[in-house]
Design a protein around this ligand. Structure first.
Ligand code: TYM
Length: 330
């Protein structure tokens, strides 16, 4: 541990516009640790494992940082930074590549999925990506990692790498735990409730973006795929309704029983309208604050610079330990 406080770290790739999946699964939990040292990165090194348009990547990096702040993360109380601006991530990433096994990296389901989607660009970065993510986490002696359930496998690999390294060289890295929310851990597509809502989905109707206008949010929920029934409850073949119940529960704090009672006899139309309204209402202040922050690029750059300096300070401590243990010339 750095200081005495527990360390919380997470990151989001600026590889598309952020969705309510990113928000409910991760971002909204980032400020749930008032007594911890919280470190959040915009994971741009990860984003280039898939081909990006450079100007768009840069713009989304600023936007993601602004969204962190618009969601309530105060840069005076949290370390907010851009991953590529702290070179120790790439440095430790390489070291950990050498402690990650081909077999375990081959088993990563995200690697298998992405290889299928980007068959023309199955690059080495896509394959070793979980070792870089382990570096992000282990560099800060992280205790807790707030993420959605899709990152659980990567997190377990980070734990294995930490334990392997510690086993060889003695105590070097804190072994991190995940912080995965129960209700928002996997928000599904509105067009296909059996697949995850993803910022890279080419169909914008499948995805609600954090920055969507209220009318757009209402329209998308109105069109959400459900089933031919009428009852708002969970059950066989009701994945669409279950997903909407999860989203509504996250935005309102209501339980399944309360939701079922509220829409008893009112049908899916009224329920979808209410989910849309709840989402639009919660996201409105975030969008407004985001717009204000994006108007001041100089301020965002100041935050980035300060965050990178703070992160680099802690990263250096771990790196000098790693350099010593591995046997690099000092
Ligand atoms: P990324 O950018 O794919 O997603 C960012 C966060 O959002 C969560 N998430 C979801 N949660 C619920 N429902 C969904 N549909 C949904 N979609 C995404 C993800 O679980 C994640 O928490 N490799 C990471 C970024 C990363 C990172 C890190 C995370 C880089 N370094 C270090 C933690 C620690 C990623 O690609 O997340």
């Amino acid at each position: 541990m750095l200081d005495e406080k527990k360390v919380v770290l997470s990151g989001i790739q600026p590889s598309g516009n952020l969705t309510i999946g990113n928000y409910l699964g991760a971002l909204r939990n980032f400020d749930a640790f008032p007594d911890c040292k919280c470190i959040y990165c915009v994971a741009d090194l990860h984003a280039i494992t898939v081909r990006q348009v450079p100007a768009e990547l840069r713009r989304r990096t600023y936007e993601t940082l602004a969204l962190y702040m618009a969601c309530g993360l105060d840069p005076e109380k949290n370390i907010l930074f851009v991953q590529s601006q702290v070179p120790a991530h790439a440095e430790l990433g390489w070291v950990l590549d050498c402690y990650s096994m081909f077999g375990e990296l081959s088993r990563m389901t995200q690697f298998k999925d992405k290889s299928q989607h980007h068959a023309d660009n199955i690059n080495a970065g896509l394959f070793t990506y979980p070792a870089l993510m382990a570096a992000d986490i282990l560099l800060y002696q992280t205790d807790l990692v707030p993420v959605g359930i899709d990152q659980k496998q990567h997190l377990e690999l980070a734990r294995n790498i930490a334990e392997r390294f510690n086993g060889i060289y003695g105590d070097t890295f804190t072994v991190p735990d995940g912080y995965i929310p129960t209700t928002g851990m996997k928000i599904m597509s509105l067009c296909d409730p059996t697949s995850k809502m993803s910022k890279s989905d080419p169909n914008p109707n499948a995805v609600v973006y954090i920055l969507d206008e209220p009318e757009v949010i209402l329209r998308k929920f109105k069109r959400a795929v459900t089933d031919s029934g009428t009852e708002v409850c969970r059950g066989e073949g009701k994945e669409g309704i279950a997903n909407l119940m999860n989203i509504y529960a996250c935005f309102t704090g209501k339980s399944d029983d309360e939701i079922s009672a509220e829409f008893d006899g009112r049908g899916y139309g009224a329920f979808k309208q209410a989910v849309g309204e709840a989402a639009a209402e919660c996201l409105r202040p975030i969008r407004e604050q985001f717009t204000r922050l994006m108007a001041d690029k100089a301020y965002l750059e100041e935050v980035m610079k300060k965050g990178a300096d703070q992160a680099a300070y802690y990263a250096r401590k771990t790196m000098s330990k790693v350099r010593r243990k591995v046997g690099f010339a000092l």
